[in-house]
Design a binder for this molecule. Structure first.
Ligand SMILES: Nc1nc(=O)c2c([nH]1)NC[C@@H]1CN(c3ccc(C(=O)N[C@@H](CCC(=O)O)C(=O)O)cc3)C=[N+]21
Length: 295
């Protein structure tokens, strides 16, 4: 084991503490607390767990949490009615609709209904466009968390070769945009990439977001590379047990990488910390309350 283990859990706790300090200042200045509305449709147990930890983190930061639990059978129209109410509710600074949604609801229609200036997930096309052209908006929480870990580890990223494996709207594409804005040379690899191991071997920075447990092996890595593992895969073990595994084969990768995030305890906790951060940013923008540059 030669790699440094990047402590995402610790970094997330530190970010949440910084946010809490700023929330206190915001409340003192404005007489109100930032509010996050989380909408959960149906009873998916994994989603229920995430929603609970988001609610807890929101309250711990001194913000208000509004949870809306809707039955799986709710129509797309009724869900959008709720979003419209939240859009015009002055107590709500951020709106998050937990994905995935049931099959009869088109997630694109739902995301389009969210006021872009309350879209703390950064999933609305307006925010994707703002990110792409360098305007102020909201950056999706998982890639933002990855970027914060990378900058804490490496400092200036300018000129580095970065390979993002995965091209989702939620992680891969916005991650590539963020790294480009940091002046990296960015390659987006995906399931049809030819000779992926060779592509990855050129990278100083590897962000793996493919959803396949253990896919990225140690011998794919340039020695000393910084590896950010976004994967959260539940893997069946012996005796009906299961555990979480990343997209990177940690045992082999940690022999070669310079630094690597663990799963759990890496990117996941940063995602939630960045959601809290984005909610405060939303509230602060509405009131012209100044936040530290680097929050
Ligand atoms: N609109 C929307 N926004 C999201 O941000 C969103 C979503 N929908 N749907 C589901 C995914 C997943 N997600 C996670 C957040 C934190 C952890 C996390 O903290 N994971 C812990 C482990 C948790 C465990 O033990 O299960 C860790 O990696 O250490 C994981 C996953 C946010 N998501």
């Amino acid at each position: 084991m030669s790699a440094r283990i990047i402590d995402g859990k610790g970094a997330a706790a530190a970010l949440r503490a910084k946010v809490a300090v700023e929330v206190a200042g915001y409340r003192a200045a404005t007489g109100r607390a930032p509010g996050l509305a989380v909408v959960l449709v149906g009873e998916d147990p994994a989603s229920a767990v995430y929603v609970r930890s988001k609610g807890k983190a929101t309250l711990e930061a001194g913000m208000l949490s509004f949870e809306h639990k809707l039955p799986a059978e709710i129509s797309e129209g009724k869900l959008i009615d709720l979003i419209n109410e939240l859009n015009s509710d002055p107590a709500v600074d951020g709106i998050l609709v937990q994905l995935p949604l049931p099959d009869h609801i088109d997630p694109n229609q739902v995301i389009l209904a969210i006021d872009p200036d309350k879209d703390v997930d950064g999933f609305h096309p307006i925010n994707a466009g703002r990110l792409a052209i360098g305007l102020t908006g909201f950056t999706p929480c998982t890639p933002l968390g990855c970027l914060k870990l990378l900058k804490a580890e490496l400092g200036d990223l300018s000129g580095k070769n970065a390979v993002v494996i995965g091209r989702s709207n939620i992680v891969g594409k916005p991650m590539a945009m963020l790294l480009l804005a940091e002046h990296c040379t960015v390659t987006i690899a995906h399931s049809r990439t030819r000779d992926l191991p060779e592509v990855v071997r050129a990278a100083d920075i590897v962000v793996a977001a493919v959803g396949r447990a253990g896919m990225v092996k140690g011998d794919w890595l340039k020695p000393g590379a910084t590896v950010i593992d976004v994967g959260i895969n539940r893997v069946a073990g012996e005796g009906g047990n299961s555990h979480l595994a990343g997209d990177v084969d940690f045992a082999s990768a940690s022999q070669i990488a310079g630094a690597i995030t663990p799963v759990p305890g890496g990117v996941g906790p940063m995602t939630i910390a960045c959601l809290i951060r984005n909610t405060l940013v939303s509230a602060a923008r509405r009131d012209g309350f100044e936040l530290p540059e680097d929050l």
